[in-house]
Design a protein around this ligand. Structure first.
Ligand code: F0G
Length: 351
């Protein structure tokens, strides 16, 4: 395992300005977990891996881009950073800003941010502002603020976020020795899919590592890239990707097309079912993180992807602990017993 900061490890592949001063929390280097039993369940005879990005320092893939964005911002003397967020970017920006001694301001859609994300942003000391509107409204506002004030924008409109996020593609090629046949991932504001495609192409040019087909997956209630138009009131249980106007939508569509892949939508039911399936394999992810694999499963079931003999990587973008309520709400209250051995025996041994 490398102990080098991510930005050092892949420095020659990252377009970062010379003033960059690395701010790191030892992000990246996440595991690629083999999922043989799940592959079997989905039809078998192929290799399936989950890249578990929920194991980054703040519990999501955002830390890869945030180390880059904050490192650049610090180097150019920024004192305050800002972002709009469905939660994970907020927590990540707050953590890296804290690490760098910067002030962080985060704008979130009212009532639609999962508890673990909001708590993170607060714990890391950000100024958290709720907007009576959607993520898209919040993003619009922060862009305007940054045009008026010397505040650094750390949403994925910031090109350095993409530079950092490319590193996940490099890690996958390094771990497998080449690119997988298919890469499946959730799509919200579309920065991540854009970064992966940039990363795979760049690595292929230097290392001949090959290119995957990219399957981007949106939630059906928030699927502007599938519908071909903006969605004014996006709705999904996967609040991380509850986005109606993806900032990098065009690039996402281009990545899907150039790679011979596509962008599809899955229902909330499919997302939650895959979240449960993954948890039964010991990998608990937040709902949005299950969308990529849910999309892959539905393409396989419909015969639109024939996975036999192929290598598939699904990106699980955030940890299940980010959104505990979604599980807690749907579960029965845990059994409550008296402190009594016989009662316990009966509870365990009676089917
Ligand atoms: N998965 C998770 C867990 C996310 O938090 C996000 C985005 C995505 C997938 C989609 O990635 O936006 O690059 O297409 N979350 C952003 C946020 C919007 O504010 O935390 P994307």
């Amino acid at each position: 395992m490398s102990t080098q900061p991510l930005l050092h490890r892949y420095r020659s592949f990252l377009d970062l300005p010379s003033h960059t001063q690395i701010v790191t929390l030892s992000e990246g280097n996440t595991p690629l977990i083999p999922m043989p039993r799940l592959a079997e369940q989905l039809g078998g005879k192929f290799e399936l891996y989950v890249k578990y990005e929920g194991l980054n320092p703040t519990g999501s893939f955002k830390d890869r881009g945030m180390t880059a964005a904050i490192s650049e911002a610090v180097g150019r003397g920024a004192k305050t950073v800002i972002c709009a967020s469905t939660g994970n970017t907020a927590a990540s920006a707050a953590a890296y800003a804290a690490r760098a001694g910067l002030r962080a301001v985060v704008l979130i859609p009212q009532g639609k941010v999962a508890a673990g994300k909001l708590a993170g942003a607060v714990a890391y000391g950000a100024q958290v502002i709720q907007i009576e509107g959607s993520f898209d409204d919040a993003l619009h506002l922060v862009v305007e603020i940054c045009q008026r004030h010397p505040i650094a924008l750390v949403n994925s409109l910031n090109p350095y976020r993409l530079e950092g996020q490319k590193t996940a593609a490099f890690e996958i090629c390094d771990a497998l020795g080449e690119a997988p046949d298919w890469l499946c991932l959730p799509v919200g504001n579309a920065g991540n899919i854009t970064s992966y495609w940039m990363g795979f192409r760049q690595y292929d040019q230097v290392n001949q590592s090959g290119l995957p087909h990219v399957l981007g997956v949106q939630a059906s209630g928030a699927a502007p890239l599938v519908l071909g138009h903006a969605v004014d009131h996006p709705e999904t249980v996967a609040t991380a990707i509850r986005i109606g106007r993806p900032a990098r939508g065009e690039q996402a569509l281009q990545a899907a097309e150039e790679s011979g892949g596509r962008i599809i939508a899955v229902s909330d039911e499919q997302i939650l079912a895959m979240q449960k399936t993954l948890a039964c394999e010991g990998v608990w992810v937040e709902p949005a993180s299950a969308a990529g694999l849910a999309g892959f499963a539905s393409e396989v079931a419909a015969g639109r992807i024939q996975p036999k003999g192929k290598r598939i990587v699904a990106i699980c973008t955030g940890h299940g602990l980010k959104d505990p309520d979604i599980v807690v709400k749907s579960m029965p209250a845990p059994q409550l017993l008296a402190v009594d051995l016989a009662t316990l025996e009966e509870a365990i041994l009676t089917p």
